[in-house]
Design a protein around this ligand. Structure first.
Ligand code: URA
Length: 222
């Protein structure tokens, strides 16, 4: 089960340009320049910056979130707001330095809606995720991570299976492309939204911690 299948033209000029590069960093740079110009879905119209992703191009671990929020849209970097701070703390606790990971999202531009006159983040729609998937497929092709960790239900549904159910299927391993294994766990923003004592945030954190430990074990295994 994986939605990260290559369904792209084998003679696409972008693939030819990527293929000419000698290092994974250079391949990613070519891909990210292309993503910066993308206008394949309506999200491009509202973006301040594209957020292609960042990190170690030869990482064993790719983390895939839902999409850029306000801070990410401003800075052009993934997971730099409150959810990013919690993600950093989770990675630190697991002794997985952030700079050793590649972090990206199922869509590379911020998805918003206006509620009561205020611009808010929203989950990306299926056509937006579908339009953006070839970029993620190419990132996976270049990096070929051992583990793909999806954060939250939209990422699970965009990467693992359209019917992915986070409550029932988080923490389970699924076969991914290039011999990778994929898992989804709760999104840090979901934990933060739960709030303080008695809210269930503690239980969610425990489950995320169990999941991240299993990710660490798999990364350490041969
Ligand atoms: N939430 C996400 O899913 N991705 C980001 O990059 C930031 C917050």
């Amino acid at each position: 089960m994986s939605l990260l299948v290559r369904n792209l033209d084998l003679f696409d000029p972008l693939d030819a340009a990527i293929g000419e590069q000698e290092t994974m960093e250079a391949q990613l740079a070519v891909l990210h320049e292309h993503i910066a110009e993308c206008r394949l879905c309506p999200l491009h119209a509202g973006r301040r910056q594209v957020v292609p992703g960042e990190g170690d191009a030869s990482s064993g671990l790719m983390i895939v979130g839902e999409g850029p929020g306000e801070n990410e849209d401003l800075q052009g970097r993934p997971f730099v707001g409150k959810a990013g701070e919690l993600l950093d703390r989770i990675l630190e606790a697991a002794e997985i330095p952030r700079e050793t990971v590649f972090i990206t999202n199922i869509v590379k531009c911020r998805a918003t809606e206006t509620v009561d006159g205020k611009l808010q983040n929203r989950a990306p729609l299926a056509p937006e995720v579908n339009a953006c998937r070839p970029s993620l497929v190419r990132q996976v092709e270049i990096i070929q991570p051992k583990v793909i960790l999806c954060l939250g239900a939209p990422a699970g549904r965009g990467v693992i299976d359209k019917g992915f159910n986070i409550s029932e299927q988080r923490g389970q391993w699924f076969e991914g492309p290039y011999g990778s294994m994929m898992m989804a766990t709760f999104h840090p923003a979901f934990i933060l939204r739960r709030g303080g004592a008695g809210s269930g945030a503690r239980e969610l954190k425990k489950l995320v911690w169990e999941d991240i430990k299993r990710v660490r074990e798999r990364l350490a295994s041969g």
